[in-house]
Design a protein around this ligand. Structure first.
Ligand code: GRF
Length: 206
């Protein structure tokens, strides 16, 4: 199996990072290896998760860098040093520059906690909840220059129940994320994703 070296980017809790690490250890990621964790937040719990795991991490606080481009140049250099094949954004709260996206074109994934194109932005779960939708969900997509708009790889619905409060809904969304993201990463690693315009064909899927 071909090895795919993955860098996971996380700014906060890192539960998706954990799900990817667990999936790699349990069922495998079809040759995918989490080889680096990147964060813009020195206080991110995601960093604690990998502290004693043997997975290297690199933190770059945006306050210490003069511009977005400068920031991304340092990160891209790091990714090249670690021979990263795939960038997986998992709650990374910083927008990537055009330069970064070009460097890793079609090799950057993101997970979003709604059924895109509905409820883009930083509050996908609560925006959907407040809008009173009966169905929301999770989307994994390729990253392009336009925020939360790249070609969609996988989506799964999550039903909003009558008795749900925001916490209950959030919990089910995260549970779905933790299953869906490893699945999408495996498809990428198996080379099963073919981008055609703004659509993704999953090779072999009926
Ligand atoms: C997830 O809900 C993800 O969809 C969004 O940010 C959140 C990150 O959570 N992009 P975690 O840090 O992986 O726990």
């Amino acid at each position: 199996m071909k090895r795919t070296n993955i860098a996971v980017f996380a700014s906060g809790t890192g539960s998706n990072l954990q799900a990817l690490i667990d999936a790699e250890r349990r069922e495998g990621l079809s040759g995918g290896i989490v080889g680096l964790v990147i964060s813009d937040n020195p206080g991110a719990f995601a960093l604690k998760r990998v502290e004693n795991s043997g997975i290297p991490s690199f933190v770059l606080d945006k306050k210490t860098v003069s511009s977005v481009l400068e920031y991304d140049k340092i990160i891209v250099k790091k990714l090249k040093e670690f021979e990263i094949d795939l960038v997986v954004l998992a709650g990374f709260m910083k927008i990537l520059s055009g330069y970064f996206i070009e460097e890793y074109r079609n090799r950057i994934l993101n997970i979003h906690p709604s059924l895109l194109p509905s409820f883009k932005g930083a509050h996908g779960i609560s925006d959907a909840f407040d809008a009173g939708v009966k169905v929301t969900g999770v989307t994994v997509h390729f990253v392009t220059e336009e925020l939360d708009s790249g070609p969609i790889i996988l989506q799964e619905q999550v039903i909003v129940k009558e008795k749900d409060d925001l916490d209950a809904l959030e919990m089910r969304i995260h549970k779905t994320e933790h299953r869906l993201y490893p699945e999408a990463v495996r498809l990428f690693c198996k080379n099963k994703l073919k981008i055609e315009g703004n659509k993704v064909k999953i090779i072999g899927k009926k």
